[in-house]
Design a protein around this ligand. Structure first.
Ligand SMILES: [Zn+2]
Ligand SMILES: [Zn+2]
Length: 137
């Protein structure tokens, strides 16, 4: 599936080909910290199938305890988190953050990983009072 994405300020825009059957929620603690949220949802790209059409993203290289390195791409101006991918030579598959993808409503998670670090309240999300917008008062 072809998708288009952009950061919040519009400095970084891209198009990519993704496998829409490979959408997952990652509850690992690195995703919690780097997204500054309770979990992160990503879709996997086809190998090397991303083209940046305006400015290049900045990359932060995350080093895991295992020594494994992952590049975390984000907009250097507004900070929107865009992807993670491998470091160095070889084909690159991008784990694209679905929040910055314009077709995100069509990307439905099929799998969740690292559920052991997911906060307990997340399983009860639909029991919390919700409003369509911000309520008055
Ligand atoms: Zn931006
Ligand atoms: Zn993760």
């Amino acid at each position: 599936m072809q998708i288009t994405g952009r950061c919040h300020c519009g400095e970084v825009t891209y198009h990519a080909e993704v496998d829409e059957t490979k959408v997952l929620n990652c509850h690992c603690t690195d995703c919690q910290v780097i997204s500054s949220g309770p979990f992160r949802t990503v879709v996997l790209s086809k190998a090397n199938a991303i083209t940046f059409t305006a400015s290049q993203p900045k990359e932060y290289i995350k080093v895991a305890d295992s020594g494994n390195k992952r590049a975390q791409g984000f907009c250097g101006n507004c900070g929107t988190s865009l992807y993670a991918t491998s470091v160095g030579e070889g084909d690159k598959i991008y784990g694209l953050r679905i929040g910055a993808i314009e077709q995100r409503e069509q990307l439905i998670p099929k799998t969740q990983i690292w559920c052991r670090s997911s906060p307990a309240w997340l399983k009860e999300l639909n029991t919390i009072t919700g409003f369509d917008t911000v309520p008055n008062g």
